[in-house]
Design a protein around this ligand. Structure first.
Ligand code: ZN
Length: 274
């Protein structure tokens, strides 16, 4: 089963908003999943997490989390590297309490280092984070995201290689891949090739529990510029949905459109009609 998630509380959530209110509003709209956007910081405390878990269970909503943006597992500065690992660990452990299934992370900037060196650096930090899995986040997946700029760590190859190594699965952001390669990966044939690559790396059945990001996107020579509503973009989103449906891809697809619930529902309704 594929859940269509709104990225954060819907824009139409009554003020003052918040995750609990956002979950209720999403459900009212007919949306059955949400990615909680802890992109500035991860909230502390356990009580709120329990409330989110209970609300999501009551409403039968699937949850994922977006970890903070201020992360660079390739930082040469020790304090920055440590802070990055701690932010990821906090997102994972709070996600465990909140009942989320997967946490996506923008792992690193390449800082003009050779890709193999960056991979090594990211790998070392991921190994340290994964040492805490049993204790802090036994039911949560650490999803390294495919990134939209060549200056960032996170081609599909890199994300799959590291995921395979640690028994996790990546967050495949199809808009980022499209932007990173300046317009490629926007057709049935190309998406099928990416999914084949994914399945070859992570095994049979791996397409059943994916963490996907998708939206329209603006891009230039250095890749991603900004996310766009589908109607203002070149995204062949109907074809994309057909591929997902045909391949019986499951898990959570987070719609990262700036018009949030509007585009999430556009995707969900079209998918249901196919
Ligand atoms: Zn992201």
């Amino acid at each position: 089963m594929l859940h269509f998630a709104v990225a954060g509380s819907p824009l139409s959530t009554p003020l003052p908003g918040g995750t609990l209110e956002g979950l209720q509003r999403a459900k009212e709209l007919g949306i059955d999943a949400m990615e909680i956007e802890w992109v500035q910081q991860v909230p502390s405390g356990t009580e709120r997490m329990k409330e989110i878990r209970e609300m999501a269970r009551e409403l039968d909503m699937a949850l994922t989390v977006h970890a903070p943006y201020y992360v660079n597992l390739n930082s040469p500065e020790k304090p920055k590297l440590e802070a990055s690992k701690q932010r990821i660990l906090k997102a994972l452990s709070q996600a465990e309490l909140a009942g989320a299934v997967s946490v996506c992370v923008h792992a690193a900037f390449n800082l003009k280092l050779p890709p193999a060196k960056v991979y090594d650096n990211v790998r070392r930090s991921v190994a340290e984070i994964m040492e805490q899995k049993e204790k802090l986040f036994p039911h949560v997946n650490l999803a390294l995201e495919t990134m939209g700029k060549p200056s960032q760590f996170g081609t599909l190859e890199e994300a799959l290689k590291i995921s395979k190594e640690f028994g996790i699965y990546p967050c495949v952001d199809f808009a980022h891949i499209h932007a990173r390669f300046q317009g490629k990966f926007n057709s049935t044939e190309e998406w099928n090739a990416l999914l084949d690559q994914y399945e070859a790396a992570l095994g049979r059945g791996s397409l059943k529990t994916m963490h996907i990001h998708y939206s329209g996107i603006a891009y230039g020579s250095s890749g991603e510029r900004k996310h766009l509503p589908f109607s203002e973009s070149d995204a062949q989103w109907k074809d994309f949905l057909s591929v997902l449906k045909k391949r019986k891809v499951g898990g959570v697809l987070v719609c990262e459109s700036p018009i949030q619930e509007e585009d999430t529902l556009l995707l969900k309704k079209m998918y249901d009609q196919l």
